[in-house]
Design a protein around this ligand. Sequence first.
Ligand code: MGD
Ligand code: MGD
Ligand code: SF4
Ligand code: MO
Length: 683
Amino acid sequence: MTSDLPAVRRVHAACPHDCPDTCAMQVTVERGRALRVQGNPEHPTTAGVLCTKVSRYTERSYHPGRVLRPLRRAGPKGSGRFVEVGWDEALDAIAARLGAIAARDPQAILPYSYAGTMGLVQGESMAMRFFHRLGASLLDRTICSSAGGAALAATYGGKVGMHLEHFAESRLILIWGSNSITSNLHFWTLAQQAKRAGAKLVCIDPRRSETAEKCHQHIALLPGTDGALALGLMHELVVNDWLDPDYIERHVEGWPALRERALAWTPERTAAVCGITAGEVRGLARDYGTTRPAAIRLNYGMQRVHGGGSATRLAALLPCLVGAWRDPAGGLLLSSSGWFRDARNDAWLQRPDLLGERRPRTLNMVSIGDDLLREASPGFGPKIEALVVYNSNPVAVAPESRKVAAGFAREDLFTVVLEHFLTDSADHADYVLPATTQLEHWDIHSSYGHTSVVLNEPAIAPLGQARPNTEIFRGLAARMGFAEACFADSDETLVRGAFRPDIVDYEVLQRQGWFQLARAEAPFADGGFFTPSGKARADAPGLGLPDHVPNHESAASAPALAARYPLAMISPPARNFLNSSFVNVDSLRASEGEPKLEIHPEDAAARGIADGAPVRVFNDRGSYLCKAELSPRARRGVVNGLGVWWRKFGLGGTNVNELTHQRLTDIGRAPSFYDCLVEVSPA
Ligand SMILES: Nc1nc2c(c(=O)[nH]1)N[C@H]1C(S)=C(S)[C@@H](COP(=O)(O)OP(=O)(O)OC[C@H]3O[C@@H](n4cnc5c(=O)[nH]c(N)nc54)[C@H](O)[C@@H]3O)O[C@H]1N2
Ligand SMILES: Nc1nc2c(c(=O)[nH]1)N[C@H]1C(S)=C(S)[C@@H](COP(=O)(O)OP(=O)(O)OC[C@H]3O[C@@H](n4cnc5c(=O)[nH]c(N)nc54)[C@H](O)[C@@H]3O)O[C@H]1N2
Ligand code: SF4
Ligand SMILES: [Mo]
């Protein structure tokens, strides 16, 4: 910090976390130290408010556990024993090792990253340039939203939907597969406004979540049965004549065939599959078919099961069938990220052209457990010899973590982790490289909840010897001899180039910290979906009509398995963590208490489990130790293992992903975390 800056100043920032709200923040800095972060009161959806977790962002940045110097491994993998080394020593050694592997086959090197920061610059700019130039294996970044994304692409032609602000004027809001109070707080504020103005709120969620208990109605269906529910609703819309035939005629493709399919889904059949009552199906259909404007806040919770893609397609068709899109406050929102499509310069940021003629294999991040343990083969290609992890904590968050941890423990695997903290993944690294936090670097963000671009200026100098991800990859590129001019671009250049200047006004962005994209308020009132025909698609090319797809693991699809493991487990986020981030922030971990499993009192009684007792949750893949919470939040037959603890903070050094599997969703190649059978016993 230079001394000519005022003693106390305010810096524009963006919340970096993987959350649809993408808050615009203001950081108060006094003499080079960040005192606090607050929500920008001018930003329409942030409205001056941050969630509890990120209000503590300074606690996270100044955390005594921050990794502030490069570390080299000094013990067995996973022991977390390291010695400090200088940057030059670390980068020279890493470049030499990656160079030697690349000389044989660069595809033996795998980047592993996700959304630890959602920033376009510290996310996939310089990092992608580096790996594209190297010719490393490509990573299919599917761990969160790609089933829902594929469903939106099939139905609307892109990840587009209602504008968040308009939910305040809706008369009926279905909150479907979303615990908004936990994971989409600023939407909840708008839903509350609608509620005060007389709107009815209905939550569709197997768990009686913090959000479900505050809605007028909670429909606690079985996990993975949303497609059946949507078909049952369609049945009722048809037989009661609640459709909008004019909208369907002009703006929907393939409805007649789907109509036939829906007619087989009587309320009774639907109720039996979903584990709810036929009255609930009828009542919900009546509300949805007869209320205007009617809005659906879909979230990613429903698509983490085998049939998640089909279920999302079916739900996404509902507003097309009743013409809900005619109103600004009607329609559906799962993701708004497609609204940024034309504005973003991703190809310039990431430079896939640096691959030239090479076409490296693509590995799915969901199957990292299996892939790390695979030998070379014609189908797979070379064995993975090196892993470069940034913005992610795979040992904690990837499914079937016993295999992931075994893979990371391979002595012949060379692992580099760019991190703030010694996470479960960093503990397994050969080198840990200290990365800056959002307070310490430049970035720029789009959003998957709203439609403004948010700028992040560095508020303070990097702590210790931390460096931005970009700078670390620049350093590696230089040592690998990558001479292309793009490796010299500064972070400010990357920020300035991330969006098209004819669409995003950087002066406004710099002045107010955010820039609202131009947009139509009722975007699909007259069709105009992102598909080639402009129509929403019931029947999508290559996919056919959507149907209810049962879970991989359920009594219906796998009766023998269900006999041994009769409980369905979902593992939605804990309120005070963000995926596995913040688990090491003491105040937030204290709020969560201990890793726990919510279980219905009758399911607990049948197993001799008392409230607060330690329990073993297990299946053929693994075993997870935690505390039972006898709770009305769990419905019978379903247990809720709230995520995602660091394994080393867990009771037996495990977390809930010990139990989840690597099987994929029907479309989108995504994980099915919430499609998992278990049994529970006292520990
Ligand atoms: N506090 C907090 N906020 C977060 C996160 C966090 O970890 N903590 N994570 C962030 C990230 S990465 C994401 S992707 C979003 C996720 O946020 P959401 O998209 O809202 O998804 P989840 O929180 O995973 O799940 C939402 C709800 O879906 C329910 N659910 C589980 N299975 C089913 C099902 O089969 N059908 C239906 N209808 N519901 C089901 C769960 O019980 C949960 O209450 O939140 C972001 N925000
Ligand atoms: N069982 C179960 N598993 C789940 C889920 C679930 O609901 N249930 N949710 C899934 C979902 S939706 C998601 S999105 C994934 C999320 O998985 P991840 O994307 O791996 O998210 P985090 O666990 O938050 O880990 C992000 C890491 O990035 C680091 N980081 C943050 N900013 C920076 C930076 O600027 N530079 C560097 N180098 N590092 C940084 C943080 O310190 C943190 O350790 O988890 C998935 N796993
Ligand atoms: S995690 Fe979400 S709600 Fe919290 S500050 Fe960040 S963007 Fe806002
Ligand atoms: Mo996510």
